[in-house]
Write a protein that binds this ligand. Structure first.
Ligand SMILES: NC(=O)C1=CN([C@@H]2O[C@H](COP(=O)(O)OP(=O)(O)OC[C@H]3O[C@@H](n4cnc5c(N)ncnc54)[C@H](OP(=O)(O)O)[C@@H]3O)[C@@H](O)[C@H]2O)C=CC1
Ligand SMILES: O=C(O)[C@@H]1CCC=N1
Length: 266
């Protein structure tokens, strides 16, 4: 792929995507050009991955064919105003922010701008991300195919209707945080039982990874897979009963409702 890929903002999410892109060898690392408010992270990414450092956002927008807007949602308007004059008929802009609708993006980049709304997540760093995508009508099928190929380096990619983007934020954009909390809590419980902490993290994380792979590969209902673990009168059902009594499911559902609600207002 001979495209130049730009990242305006080089924080947690951009670094995860850049790491996956470089590892994928889909493009040379110097085809990645990034800008950031503070420069130390750019120097670090240049040393670690060999990416090209841009002196400002406009340079990224000018030089790149595909431009990821990787700043916080509240900075989108300012950054899009800054780069608006760099919009050309072939350049593609990729939003990764919650709440910034295609209407909002087109209002700032222009109705003719080629825009892809996405919602990635930080497991992109290990190419096990889940990214939702929604192109506007200015992106043609060939361009969409290329974008999917690029974003597949982050992990799984699925086209989704824009109206479901707030749900996506809750279920995959933000959910790695809930899973990290779960892993941390399980490891703490193992530490209480005497397991060394580092070993507890490995055991907890691998159990989550394996369980997730079973859901994805077995196509079985998660409840069915849970029942397969719960031996009658055994150990697991004791834990499951406490989780039910403490309202784990309703806590997750309420947390994700709040998350999606916040996304709507971003
Ligand atoms: N983190 C996640 O899991 C996910 C995040 N997102 C979205 O990705 C976007 C980035 O989030 P995230 O990476 O977590 O945030 P970070 O705060 O980690 O990164 C944002 C970066 O933008 C830089 N920045 C701030 N102002 C400017 C500017 N004017 N021009 C250029 N760069 C600037 C910051 O620089 P400085 O170092 O100086 O602060 C920072 O490095 C957000 O819209 C977020 O909602 C989407 C999915 C998942
Ligand atoms: O917390 C946030 O707002 C960002 C968007 C999804 C994950 N992190």
């Amino acid at each position: 792929m001979d495209k130049k890929i730009g990242f305006i903002g080089c924080g947690n999410m951009a670094q995860a995507m850049i790491s996956a892109l470089v590892k994928s060898k889909l493009i040379e690392s110097n085809q990645i050009i990034a800008s950031n408010r503070s420069k130390n992270i750019l120097e670090k990414m240049n040393k670690e991955y060999g990416i090209t450092i841009a002196s400002n956002n406009i340079e990224v927008a000018e030089k790149c064919d595909i431009v990821f807007l990787a700043v916080k949602p509240n900075l989108y308007e300012m950054v899009m105003k800054e780069i608006k004059d760099s919009v050309t008929k072939d350049k593609i802009f990729v939003s990764i922010a919650p709440g910034k609708t295609m209407e909002f993006l087109e209002a700032h980049l222009g109705a003719d701008a080629k825009i892809l709304r996405t919602m990635p997540n930080t497991p992109s760093m290990v190419s096990e991300g889940m990214t939702a995508i929604c192109p506007n009508s200015n992106i043609d099928s060939e361009e969409l195919e290329l974008l999917i190929k690029l974003i597949e380096s982050f992990g799984a990619v699925e086209l989704i209707e824009e109206k479901l983007f707030d749900a996506v934020v809750a279920v995959s954009g933000s959910s790695p945080a809930y899973v990290f909390m779960f892993i941390e809590a399980m490891a703490d419980a193992a530490v209480i039982q005497g397991m060394p902490r580092a070993q507890a993290y490995r055991f907890a994380a691998q159990a989550v990874l394996g369980s997730a792979k079973m859901v994805l590969e077995s196509k079985s209902h998660p409840g069915e897979l849970k029942d397969m673990v719960c031996s009658p009168g055994g150990t697991t059902i004791e834990a499951v009963a406490v989780l039910e009594e403490k309202g784990m499911r309703s806590a997750v559902i309420e947390a994700m409702r709040k998350c999606a609600q916040k996304s709507k207002g971003m």
